[in-house]
Structure formats: structure tokens, C-alpha cells
Design a protein around this ligand. Structure first.
Ligand SMILES: Nc1ncnc2c1ncn2[C@@H]1O[C@H](COP(=O)(O)OP(=O)(O)OP(=O)(O)O)[C@@H](O)[C@H]1O
Ligand SMILES: [Mg+2]
Length: 220
């Protein structure tokens, strides 16, 4: 990996604004001629996109928690080898919409596999590759879910990508707590952003926090 090349992730519960904000942030980097790619989990590779269809399809209600975890880890292993590491080695910053913390929060806490077990699975899948910076967009689960469900209806995502939106509010509260615990355990890597405001308010907060990391790495 070239020195100063950054791996940054966006995390948070359903509908908190990860995909929207990751896109805005990468556009901001490109406007400043900072080389960066945007990628996502599950997915980001040909194999990963096939796994994404299985894990997010709302009709796959009979998936066991362990099968769910291992599907995510398979997608992650492919993604690290095929996309994340090659770009970092070429000096291109990698911005990723969800990564290993999502499995700790969803499968570890939400599905009760335990954070410890999921952290070990993450290490196996990633070879220990951790983001330099993780933006946790924190939001009340009711607000996040109502945004995500409205989006799914508008874009016809409800069946193909809506499996987690079908979970009850208690599940999403556990996931949120899982994320907040991770952020408090690793304050050097995590920054918690309030996701309840407007798009502009949230993106301003993210830029204020994250842009200095990238400008410093470009020597600006
Ligand atoms: N700050 C905001 N205010 C109002 N609406 C927002 C805001 N951020 C995102 N949205 C809208 O809410 C919906 C969900 O946002 P987005 O898809 O970015 O969330 P996400 O965190 O990626 O969700 P998921 O976990 O389901 O992928 C989208 O329709 C988006 O346009
Ligand atoms: Mg998203």
C-alpha cells in the first residue's frame, strides 16, 4: 500500500444516508482532483454482486445467522483482494459503503452471533485490513427505516434489496447500539455524525471531518 493512501468507510443503520453521503463525498474529492473510488458491500465485485442478491432478497427469510455472516464474509474477501487492496496499492483512495463493522453490528449484535466471533470472521476475510477512517451516520431507527422504506417503494427495491427493512424496530435498535459500542471502543478510527438533519447539513459535517485527512495525504 502506498503511504498516505486512505481507506474510508461509511456505516450506520438502514436509511441513515450512507449511499447518498458516500456519493457526495467522492464527488467532492474528484472536484479537488483527489483520486478515489467508491465501492460498496455486499458487492463491489462480480462475485460479490451475486452474493448481494442472495443476502438482500426479501424472500430469503429462511437464512440462518451463520449462513448470512459467511455470505457477507465471502463477498468481503473477494472485495478486499479484487478491489480494495489493488486500488490502495495504486495510490487511489478507497471509499466503501459498509464494511466489516456492519457485520459486527448486524450479525454480531442484531443476530446474536457475538461481536467477538464476527471480528474473528472479519479478520479471516480481510487479512486484518481495517479502514483508516469510519464515518458512522447515527440516526433514530424509526427515521432511518421510514426513509429506507420510502426509497424502496419509489425505486422498486422492496423485494430485491429489502430483507433487512423487513426486520422489526427492536432488531434495528440493537444494530444501532452495536455500531455505537464499536465507535466508543475505537475512537481513533470512528467519527459519529448526526444523520437526522438535511442532506446538506450531514454532508457539511462529513466534509469538515474527513476532507482534512485527504488534503493532508495529498500534501495540500
Ligand atoms: N439527510 C437526509 N434527509 C432526507 N432524506 C435523506 C437524507 N439522506 C438520505 N435521504 C434519503 O433517504 C433514503 C435513504 O438514503 P440512503 O439510500 O443514502 O441510505 P443508506 O444508509 O444507504 O440505506 P441502506 O442501509 O438501506 O443502504 C434515500 O431515498 C435518500 O435520498
Ligand atoms: Mg445504501
Amino acid at each position: 500500500m502506498k503511504p498516505n493512501t486512505l481507506f474510508m468507510t461509511f456505516e450506520g443503520i438502514e436509511g441513515c444516508g450512507k449511499t447518498t453521503q458516500a456519493r457526495i463525498f467522492v464527488e467532492t474529492l474528484h472536484q479537488r482532483d483527489i483520486p478515489a473510488i467508491l465501492t460498496r458491500e455486499p458487492g463491489g465485485t462480480r462475485i460479490g454482486d451475486q452474493i448481494r442478491k442472495i443476502v438482500l432478497h426479501a424472500e430469503n427469510t429462511d437464512m440462518t445467522p451463520m449462513a448470512e455472516l459467511l455470505l457477507y464474509e465471502a463477498s468481503r474477501a473477494q472485495h478486499v483482494q479484487q478491489v480494495i487492496l489493488p486500488n490502495l496499492r495504486n495510490g487511489i483512495h478507497v471509499i466503501c459503503d459498509r464494511y466489516g463493522d456492519a457485520s459486527v453490528a448486524y450479525q454480531g449484535v442484531g443476530r446474536h452471533l457475538t461481536p467477538q466471533l464476527v471480528k474473528e470472521a472479519n479478520r479471516l476475510a480481510t487479512g486484518g485490513l481495517q479502514p483508516h477512517l469510519t464515518i458512522l451516520i447515527d440516526i433514530d431507527p424509526q427515521q432511518g427505516l421510514s426513509r429506507a422504506r420510502a426509497r424502496n417503494l419509489a425505486f422498486d427495491f422492496a423485494i430485491k434489496e429489502g430483507r433487512f427493512e423487513e426486520e422489526d424496530i427492536i432488531f434495528h435498535r440493537k444494530v444501532r447500539e452495536g455500531y455505537l459500542t464499536l465507535a466508543h471502543e475505537q475512537p481513533e478510527r470512528f467519527r459519529i455524525i448526526d444523520g437526522s438533519g438535511s442532506l446538506e447539513e450531514v454532508s457539511r459535517q462529513i466534509q469538515d471531518i474527513a476532507l482534512p485527512f485527504f488534503e493532508q495525504s495529498q500534501g495540500k
